[in-house]
Design a protein around this ligand. Structure first.
Ligand SMILES: [Zn+2]
Length: 298
């Protein structure tokens, strides 16, 4: 207890001056790295592809939070304001993108918009509406990545070789993940997977599986639709109904009760894209490999 309060105060003031001095010096220090090119995609899985292709030169961001559904999405003023930092936006043909990007380019003529989905043919979700969930096919993801590499090179020609290297590494990884999943799901070829929201058509189609969706054109089924689904699920021996956190699960649980199936989750919008593809395959394999409740009884 030898330190007088005044001395303590003086020492504190001294430190404060040092800290403030450092704070003034820091911004001009040479340690600051070159600013990274800010690139946007709408959903987190596509931002993952942009980051892998772009590497150290790029900071990839997604407009929507991981897991946020792009259907009916409207960007908030704050999200639009953050887009002012973007040099390039990789669009994938989502309904909200066209109008938003037109407005954004008018306000920010320096922003380049690249159609990452160029050359990708859409499957039909319900006979007439194009299915937007293209990123869930590893093969189509490689096409997105190739368009992303071309777009980054157009904005930043000095990075060409880095982007080519990033693309090559990502393409190899996508092929490996596709092979692993194909092996995991091979014995289920031709089987149907029941999901609430029809987001998995490209993924399932790539591995020879079929999608049955509870939701049709963004709406849940009426009583007759539900009866038809119960019948279909029973006939096909469906044991799992896959739901997403973004959609209500009451209908899925009603369907599960009526058919003896259980409810499990799949996430089409996870930010750890490659790991998530493998997780999805595991959940689907576990669901399809499960014996039906009737078979399970002794
Ligand atoms: Zn969706």
């Amino acid at each position: 207890m030898t330190t007088a309060p005044t001395k303590t105060l003086a020492v504190a003031a001294g430190w404060l001056a040092v800290v403030l001095g450092l704070a003034v010096l820091l911004p001009s220090s040479p340690a600051a790295a070159a600013p990274r090119l800010v690139a946007y995609a709408s959903v987190a899985p596509v931002a993952f592809l942009v980051q892998r292709v772009g590497g150290d030169r790029v900071q990839a961001r997604s407009l929507l939070r991981p897991g946020q559904e792009p259907h009916g999405f409207e960007p908030t003023p704050r999200q639009v304001a953050r887009l002012g930092e973007a040099r390039v936006y990789f669009s994938i043909g989502l309904p909200f993108e066209a109008a938003m990007l037109r407005r954004l380019q008018a306000a920010n003529p320096g922003l380049r918009v690249v159609a990452a989905d160029a050359g990708i043919h859409r499957r039909s979700a319900d006979g007439h509406h194009p299915d937007p969930h293209i990123w869930l096919s590893p093969t189509l993801a490689a096409r997105l990545a190739a368009n992303i590499a071309a777009g980054l090179t157009a904005v930043d020609p000095a990075g060409r070789s880095a982007y080519q290297a990033g693309l090559a590494a990502l393409t190899r990884e996508l092929k490996q993940v596709r092979r692993d999943i194909a092996r995991r799901l091979a014995r289920f070829k031709g089987r149907s997977v029941l999901v609430y929201h029809p987001a998995f058509g490209y993924f399932l189609g790539e591995f020879g599986l079929k999608q049955i969706a509870v939701q049709n054109q963004g709406k849940g089924p009426g009583p007759r639709g539900l009866a038809r689904l119960i019948d279909q699920a029973r006939r096909q021996g469906i044991r799992v109904i896959f739901v997403q956190a973004q959609f209500p699960t009451a209908t899925a649980h009603a369907l599960a009760r009526a058919t003896g199936a259980r409810v499990a989750a799949l996430d089409p919008l996870a930010a750890d894209y490659l790991a998530n593809l493998k997780r999805m395959a595991e959940h689907i394999a576990a669901g399809l490999g499960r014996r039906s409740p009737a078979e399970g009884r002794p």
